[in-house]
Design a protein around this ligand. Structure first.
Ligand code: AMP
Ligand code: ZN
Ligand code: FE
Ligand code: FE
Length: 277
């Protein structure tokens, strides 16, 4: 089995990196990529452990990018045991710094609304990356929201009263950075871009991004119906792009979604092998 999209508690998952790799081995996954948001900490911590368990671990990351007022996720995969090169890691560290700045502003806004919450409290429950899912958990734990959905809807989501926008790279910039760094970028869960009722727009975006260095499309994902996966496979093949896929497992932060839950065909790995993985 193959799973090229999952998160550890270094970003917004709940499993420790070691535990995730052990779960992969126990689940019969032979090739795994940890794709935490904005950090390689989970990958770096488990390279040796994965090798010992006979799990092939591919260095990955998921970046939140801007595209026409939308936030679109882009996956980056890097071949070889060292994974992403130093220059790319430095660039990602800059993204992480802008996230911390956003988190400070979010705390200020929440405090301004009379909500008692500190950055330390939120950072304490996360790993290398503190994101809004951590804010949601603290807001619920402290009784400021009835559940995580309520926290996003009323407070920290795009329509929420305390929402603060985070300035990230554009999709084109991120795709080109990944390519320059010897990696493969993949347009994550294309259904979430919001053009799924206008397939011609999806295809046009993929074609446009290919010019910036996009290498692949995430065809197989837990949010995709069989019909959507078929569509994205067709688009990828039409454009000569590689295909990737995975569950987007987040542990307890996405209850009911198992690691390896999404079947990913071997052709995905064969495609990656053909470009040096
Ligand atoms: P951040 O990168 O810190 O801005 O947080 C983004 C993450 O928050 C996304 O990857 C989702 O996991 C989660 N998220 C965003 N909006 C919502 C929402 N409306 N409901 C639940 N989770 C959300
Ligand atoms: Zn995530
Ligand atoms: Fe994503
Ligand atoms: Fe993800």
């Amino acid at each position: 089995m193959i799973d090229l999209h999952c998160h550890t508690r270094e970003s917004d998952g709940t499993d420790a990196p070691h535990a995730l790799v052990e779960l992969a081995a126990a689940s019969g996954i032979s090739t795994l990529s940890i794709t935490d948001h904005d950090t390689f900490a989970g990958y770096d911590a488990t390279v040796a452990h994965a090798a010992g368990l006979g799990v092939e671990l591919i260095c990955g990351v998921e970046l939140s990018c801007r595209h026409e007022e939308k936030t679109v996720h882009l996956l980056g995969y890097f071949p070889g045991p060292a994974g992403a090169p130093a220059a790319f890691r430095d660039w990602v560290a800059g993204i992480l710094a802008s996230r911390t700045e956003r988190n400070r502003k979010l705390i200020e806004k929440l405090n301004g609304m009379g909500i008692d919450i500190t950055l330390d409290e939120v950072q304490a429950i996360g790993g290398s990356v503190t994101g809004r899912p951590h804010f949601a958990n603290v807001l619920v734990a402290k009784g400021h929201a009835t559940d995580r959905n309520d926290a996003f809807r009323r407070l920290i989501g795009e329509e929420g009263a305390a929402f603060v926008e985070r300035i990230g790279p554009t999709l084109a910039e991120a795709a080109s950075r990944i390519q320059e760094s010897g990696g493969v970028s993949s347009l994550a869960h294309p259904v979430r871009i919001g053009y799924f009722r206008e397939p011609e727009k999806e295809l046009a975006l993929m074609a446009e991004l290919r010019e910036s260095g996009l290498s692949a499309v995430e065809v197989y994902h837990s949010d995709h119906t069989a019909a959507l996966s078929e569509r994205y496979l067709e688009f990828a093949q039409l454009l000569g792009l590689l295909q990737t896929g995975g569950s987007d497992y987040h542990g307890g932060n996405k209850p009911g979604l198992r690691l390896g839950a999404v079947p990913v065909p071997n052709s995905v790995l064969e495609g990656l092998r053909s470009v040096g993985f």
